[in-house]
Ligand binder design. Sequence first.
Ligand code: KG4
Ligand code: ZN
Length: 394
Amino acid sequence: MIILSIETSCDETALSLVSLHKGDKNIKVLSDLVISQIETHAPYGGVFPALAKREHAKNLVPILRQAVKESKIESTHQHYDEEGVATILEREPELFQDLHEYLSTNGIPHIDMIMVTYGPGLAPALWVGVNFARALSIICDAPIVPVNHMEGHITSILLKEDYLNQEKAFSPLETFDFPLIALLISGGHTQLVLVKNWGEYEIIGETIDDAVGEAFDKVARLLGMEYPGGPKISQAAHGGVPDKSISLPRPMLNSGDYRFSFSGLKTAVRYLVDDLKKQHDGTLPDQIISNVAREFEDAVTEVLIKKTEKALVDYNAQGLIIAGGVSANTFITESFKIIAENHGIPLYLPLKKLSGDNSLMIASAGVINYWNKGAESYIPESELKAVGNLKLGK
Ligand code: KG4
Ligand code: ZN
C-alpha cells in the first residue's frame, strides 16, 4: 500500500511517499521532500500567513511530481471528477491549474491512502494542505487519515538513521515502555505530554504565553540576528562566558506545576540589551552578544529541566522524548541527556533533519492511528477541516 503524507502547517511545504506491507508494523520510505520558505519570510522577521499559503500552493505540485518520480510509483491515464476537484480548490485556482496540468501529462499516481496535517498551525497554511489532500482523495480514490502536527513531532523519534529506502524505517514499536513523557518545543508550542501509549496522549502542561522557539526567535531579533534566530542564538551561545553583569530570570521555575512562561524572559532580555547598549555606545560587542545568548539559553534550559523532571517523577516515566524544532539545540539536548541518565531512563530524540517540520513525522503518526483504529482513522473528504488551535488528546 502506498501512502502520501502532506505537511503545510507553517513555513515548510513537505510531502512524502511511504509503503506499508499488510501485517508488518513498519514502513518503507520511498521519498521524503521538504521545501523551506525561510527566505521568503526572513524579511518579515517571522512567518507571514498569507505568504505561507501562497508558497504552499505554488510548491505542492512540483514537490508531488518529484516524489512520484523518485519513488517510481505507477501512474495511469484516467478521467477524474474535474469539476469536484475544482470546487475543492476554489480558493487555490493556481494549485488546481498546476494539478490538472500535471495529471493530464503524467496520469494519476497510484496512491492508496493520504495522511495530512489538519492542525495545529496557521489556518491559511493548513487549509492549502488539507484541500490538496481532499482533491487527491477524490482523484486517487484514496481515504484520508487526518493527523495532529504535535503527534507528528512525538512520533518523529521513531524514524531510524538512513531511513530512506530501508525496508524498515521505524524503530520497533514494542521496544518502548510506557508511560513516556514528551517535551515538545517548537516555534508554536511548548508542551509536556504524557504518552500513555502510541496514539494515547494527554497534555499535562504548556506555555501560558510564548513558545520556546518563539522566545529564541524574538531574543535573536533583539540581538540583531535574522529570522529564524534559534540556531543563531545557539551558535552565539557557544562562545559565551559567565558574566556577572548579565543575568536573566527563570520564569515560573518554582510554580510547582507544569506551566511555562517565556514572554517575561524576552522582555527581560529587551531591558538588558537596552542597558548594555547604553554602556557600549549603542553597539553590542560580539562577546556581549554571546554572553547574553548563553545566559538566555541557560535560563530556558533550567526551566525546561525543572518542569520535565517533575513530570518524570510524578508519572513514573519509563522514557523521555524531546521533539520539535528546538530539539535541534544541542545545549538543551546534552543537558537532558544527563537528566535522563540520572533518572535511569532512555532519552529519545528525532534525527536532526527531522526535528523541524516534515511530512515523514505525519506519516509516522498517521500509520500508528491507522494500525490502532483501521478504517475508523479515516475522515470523509467533505468533513475534513483545518483546525488552527487543534489540541492533542481528547
Ligand atoms: O517545529 P518547528 O520546525 O516549527 C514549528 O512547528 O514551530 O520549530 C521551529 C522553531 C523556530 O522557532 C526555530 O528558531 C527553532 O525551532 N529552532 C531552534 C534551533 N533550531 C531551530 N531553537 C533553538 N536552537 C536551535 N538550534
Ligand atoms: Zn512543528
